[in-house]
Design a protein around this ligand. Structure first.
Ligand code: BYC
Length: 313
């Protein structure tokens, strides 16, 4: 059979909604696109622990601290499921992590913004996890089996994250004047970067067309972004707060909310490494990796010892 025949069979399987598994034949570009997206996703989970980790020791109560700790631990777990899913495509975790540390691999733009107040923990949960979850619900049906299965569990945990974020902001929105202001300020700062999480607009998205054909992505960046705006524009009413967009308005014809222009220059600047916290985030990851070297060595030594014991028995 020629490569074109394999490609046709491959596309037929995708069109019939049969999942692609690690040992199946796949076009090299499908493998690469999945490695790129899944590893970027894994890096986002791990780097995403940093803005929240910053507030664990300053949480206002034991209850809030326990919730935040659990959430950050969940994110470490999500990173691990995703690295494992990407490894099934033939790239080692070490290589992926090296690419993150060298600046070659991307991670979500959103984590290059600072978390300045306690209200940011609520805004991250509600807006950032809210945006992440819309994207990830779609990925539960992605065509690559290990990625789709990882997503099912991640989504269950992510929906808890979003609800705790909303509840945390709801408490602030019903608190003192100072708490209300803090809540509004956090929403103002996280709103536009959350919209950018969905990626460039469809006309600028280099990967979308092919990823949609391969059903890696099931909805385009703009479709998901609109879904997010429609959802949040309603939920904000419950908080009694506002979104920082004078152009946000229900459009009866489209049956969607219209919204203002996104600052794409800011987005690309952050993606290229020049956001407010890019350097700090990468430095923190590199340091954590170096400081964890002895743990990895001890784990390897223990595992080798077990293997020797098992082969002697
Ligand atoms: N940030 O062709 P496009 C979370 C890049 S974390 C940086 O549309 P694609 C959480 C893109 O990579 C949630 N870069 O790309 C954790 C591409 O460059 P390359 C993370 C971005 O892949 C802790 C170029 O722009 N979720 O849940 O078709 C606490 C052109 O874009 C961004 C995922 O990673 C961005 N925002 O679509 C709380 C979901 N957007 O790679 C929450 C999985 C785009 O060609 N990923 N770029 O050099 C995806 O679904 C897709 O990769 C995207 C982008 C929708 C993000």
């Amino acid at each position: 059979m020629q490569v074109q025949d394999f490609e046709k069979l491959f596309q037929d399987r995708i069109d019939k909604e049969v999942k692609i598994e690690p040992k199946d034949w796949m076009p090299e570009a499908y493998r690469k696109t999945n490695i790129r997206q899944i590893s970027q996703h894994a890096h986002s989970e791990i780097v995403g622990m940093l803005p929240e980790g910053n507030w664990i020791s300053r949480a206002p109560s034991l209850k809030r601290k326990a919730i935040l700790l659990a959430k950050v631990q969940d994110e470490a777990g999500h990173g691990l499921y995703l690295y494992s899913a990407a490894e099934t495509l033939g790239m080692s975790r070490d290589e992926m992590i090296n690419d993150l540390h060298s600046g070659k691999a991307k991670y979500s733009s959103i984590f290059n913004y600072p978390s300045l107040t306690w209200a940011d923990m609520g805004a991250i949960g509600w807006l950032v996890d809210g945006a992440a979850i819309l994207n990830q619900v779609m990925l539960c049906r992605t065509s690559y089996g290990p990625y789709a299965r990882a997503m099912v569990r991640i989504c269950k945990e992510e929906s808890f994250h979003q609800r705790q974020g909303f509840e945390s902001l709801l408490v602030l929105s019903q608190g003192t004047e100072e708490q209300k202001e803090m809540c509004q300020d956090a929403i103002n700062r996280w709103w536009w970067p959350s919209l950018m999480m969905f990626g460039p607009k469809d006309s600028e998205s280099t990967n979308s067309d092919q990823s949609m054909k391969w059903k890696i992505k099931r909805k385009t960046n703009d479709e998901l972004r609109q879904q997010f705006v429609d959802m949040i524009a309603e939920q904000i009413k419950v908080l009694g707060m506002t979104l920082p967009d004078p152009d946000l308005k229900w459009n009866e014809k489209r049956m969607h909310y219209d919204f203002g222009a996104i600052n794409w220059e800011e987005f690309w600047n952050v993606v290229k490494g020049n956001g407010p916290c890019n350097k700090q985030r990468l430095e923190a990851r590199r340091k954590a990796h170096e400081e964890g070297q002895w743990v990895r060595e001890a784990a390897m030594a223990f595992s080798n010892k077990q293997k020797v014991k098992a082969s002697a028995a």
